[in-house]
Ligand binder design. Sequence first.
Ligand code: HEM
Length: 371
Amino acid sequence: MKYPCPPNLNIWWNMGSMLFVTLGIQILSGLMLSMNYTADSALATSSMNYILRDANYGWALRSTHMAGASLFFALIYIHVGRGVYYGSYMKMPHVWYSGVTLYLLSMGVGFLGYVLPWGVMSYWGLTVITNMMTVFPGGARALEWFQGGFSISTLTLKRVFVLHFLLPFVILGMSVVHVILLHNKGSSNPLGLDTTELVVPFHPYYTSKDLVGFVFMLVGLAALALTFPKITADPLQWQAINKMKTPAVIKPEWYFLYAYAILRSVPHKAGGLALMFAAILGIALLPTLAKWSKTQSMKISPIGEALFFVWVANFVFLGIIGSQEPAGAWILAGQVGTFVHLFCMLSIPIVNKKWEDLVFYEDGDYSFLGV
Ligand code: HEM
């Protein structure tokens, strides 16, 4: 209640608490769904239909869980964007690293969850992604071990379900660590200036502000779940799996499309995988690249700010590319998008530093910033 906070936190500081609430909603709705779900390749689809048609409010739980997954990733992307724009990673590298871990875990859970309805995309998505293991030495053995045999079967679906059930609790624990680490130094702020001399208590200032965020978020979630429950889902998810017929376009949910576009940007399995990991894990390098910076927020770095918005626009562009058949001009577009993504992400901290050297005092007197 007495936790000291900067007085000028804007709405982009609301995402963390909203992520916590969404995680809670996902865990609760997931627990209730799992009571009627059957992880068996012969029964999974009919258990999903049972949930949607017969189980009491099963339709509402399932729609909430589906929309909640989209909401969770939307919040994560805004949360990370806030961190990059306002340079949060500079002040708190450990919070940042725990955040990157949370993102990776969330990607795992999101991917595994998509397999459970056992639709066409579940099957082929699982096939594409698990086959990536084969680029590593011993990968073919590891794949066989993961699948529980030479091909995807009930054994695979069971272990996917167990992991999808278990990992959100690891995310919950890790989120607590994330916030404990944050509370060591306290939040930074939109101006990136030192506010230790000027703080307000968390309650009532940010309890009330967080509540406003929850209201907007819950209204949005209800609107999405009750009005457009299938808006993000691929229609092929309503078709029975045919192992003999590969769909023309295999694609993940919207929140993985950017990474998928990068994975397919080069016609080389290991090369694509390496680029995808570089694109995802590249954000973990930001604290190191920004080690020498004194100023934090992009508000005082116009070129960095421009690069940030190009990075965001390119993220959307990559999402469009990821949803297309990789042919013709889309291949080139994917390569350009991959380059822009890596270039903007990694040059933002460097450009910030150069700008700082150019504009601020040459003798390194940053006392006016409180550093
Ligand atoms: C399950 C996912 C996550 C949860 C529940 C979570 C939760 C939170 C909460 C409650 C806060 C404090 C309020 C706020 O500043 O919004 C916070 C701050 C922060 N988070 Fe996260 N977070 C998650 C994912 C991430 C990710 C993926 C990253 C980055 C890669 C990240 C980086 C940060 C940083 C740097 C701060 C401090 C921001 C500042 O004060 O400037 N978080 N997080």
